[in-house]
Design a binder for this molecule. Structure first.
Ligand code: GDP
Ligand code: MG
Length: 436
């Protein structure tokens, strides 16, 4: 029993108070945060179900700081969902060939420049950029501008409309000139279409790249998933580049895409400038996504069902002998919010003993609540004034018998005494008594 008492005290101190009910409620909030961040509905639902199972499996409820543990669980699971570890790039070829794929406007050309710059400065490579977007002269130009900005050579062929040939020639050029990385920028269209798919599939087949990267605009949210799937079905790409994650883009696409195509996200783009590139870190993205719904504070709020303020007020009242039926009612309501009566009745200070002879089922407090509701405010705060005629009135009002009212008054009296004892430093004495 002293175990239970410890628990009760912890609860009153605001330490441990996440219950099965508010695990569920917390996860509902987590789910909302995920949906807000543009995560696919089914994925969000599966995710919260997994976390719930883990939370209950790990006995989150019995740990001292369930709130923190919940946050950690949610974060870890989210991190796993996005691949867990940071994924590297295979640059073992000579030259290593990297093929960019994705819709028009997704950020392929910009990212090609960023990646060339990144490899050049961070990995001391000698990259070559290749312009295979042959339909728009402006596209070739754009790559030249980008190449100039980062000081990387750009290979292009004027008048040649065959991207397969250009890519092959570029690789030959790279070999001859000591470029150990070849980054092939390709054409995209505004939507997935057969012609584009065939073209990039042909290039893919001809140059057999070490890394085929699928570039996707994070702001496209749900659409990103379908596009990713269409490209992956044709190219079986190695990784995903999530662009335009600057500003307040929410990043839920990272979860959805990873779940659907099961390919790692390798880099993110965070701006238009050439240095706005970051290696993708699943745990940082988890923070970002969770930060959107401020799940941490939601979890904390859930934990505050017995908050410290409330507990202090209660202690004062007990100390001053002012603990009345209204407070008792509040306690009952809090306990009810927390789940099963049987498990929780021991958490009310003194109640474990006082209600020992009452067969506690989940309806057990119904009669008690009805009786308290039938009391006047004066009777609730000063139960001593409840005489015979008041008892009759209360019983009638609550649909109970005078005997039940008597029983409750007796239990309440016992409980008040015990709580008083506990407050007055008699805790040890009481625990001894209880353990007998
Ligand atoms: P492509 O058609 O796939 O080659 O896409 P582009 O590289 O031409 O990019 C399309 C537009 O998106 C351009 O205006 C870029 O400046 C912009 N862009 C690309 N990446 C990012 C990014 O990470 N953040 C922001 N804010 N804009 C980007
Ligand atoms: Mg382009």
């Amino acid at each position: 029993l002293s175990d239970k008492l410890d628990k009760a005290l912890h609860v009153l101190k605001g330490h441990g108070s996440i219950t099965e009910v508010n695990v569920a409620e917390t996860l509902k909030e987590v789910r909302r945060a995920l949906l807000d961040a543009d995560v696919n509905f089914k994925i969000a639902k599966d995710f919260t179900n997994t976390v719930k199972e883990k939370a209950l499996g790990q006995n989150v409820l019995t740990t001292l700081q369930p709130g923190q543990l919940m946050v950690k669980l949610v974060k870890d699971e989210l991190t796993q969902l996005m691949g867990g570890e940071t994924a590297g790039m295979n640059l073992s070829g000579n030259p290593s060939v990297i093929l960019m794929s994705g819709l028009q406007g997704s950020g392929k050309t910009t990212f090609s420049g960023k990646l060339a710059n990144y490899l050049k400065t961070k990995k001391t490579k000698k990259p070559l950029l290749v312009a295979c977007d042959v339909y728009r002269p402006a596209a070739i130009n754009q790559l030249h501008v980008v190449g100039d900005q980062v000081g990387v050579e750009v290979y292009s062929e004027e008048g040649n409309m065959n991207p397969v040939e250009i890519a092959q020639n570029a690789i030959a050029h790279a070999k001859k000139n000591g470029h150990n990385v070849v980054i092939v920028d390709t054409a995209g269209r505004l939507a997935v279409d057969e012609e584009m798919m065939t073209e990039i599939a042909n290039v893919h087949k001809a140059i057999n790249p070490q890394e085929t990267l699928f570039v996707v605009d994070a702001m496209t949210g749900q659409d990103a998933v379908n596009t990713a799937k269409a490209f992956n079905d044709r190219l079986n790409f190695e990784g995903v580049i999530l662009t335009k994650l600057d500003g307040d883009t929410r990043g839920g696409a990272a979860i959805s895409i990873k779940s659907v195509v099961d390919k790692p996200i390798k880099f993110i783009g965070t701006g238009e400038k050439m240095d706005a590139i970051d290696v993708f870190h699943p745990s940082r993205m988890a923070d970002r996504i969770l930060g959107m719904g401020d799940v941490v504070s939601l979890v904390e709020r859930a934990q505050e069902q017995f908050d410290e303020e409330e507990a202090r007020k209660l202690q004062k009242k007990i100390a001053k002998n002012q603990f009345g039926f209204d407070d008792f009612l509040k306690q009952i309501q809090q306990v009810k919010k927390m789940g099963s009566m049987k498990d929780l009745v021991g958490m009310i200070p003194g109640a474990g003993k006082a209600l020992k002879n009452v067969d506690i089922d989940d309806d057990a407090f119904k009669g008690i609540e009805a009786i308290i509701h039938s009391m006047t405010p004066a009777e609730r705060s000063t139960p001593g004034i409840i005489n015979g005629s008041r008892k009759k009135r209360i019983a009638k009002g609550s649909g109970t018998e005078v005997q039940q009212v008597n029983q409750l008054l007796k239990q309440f009296d016992q409980m008040s005494k015990m709580m008083k004892m506990m407050q007055g430093g008699g805790g040890r004495k009481m625990m001894q008594a209880m353990n007998k």
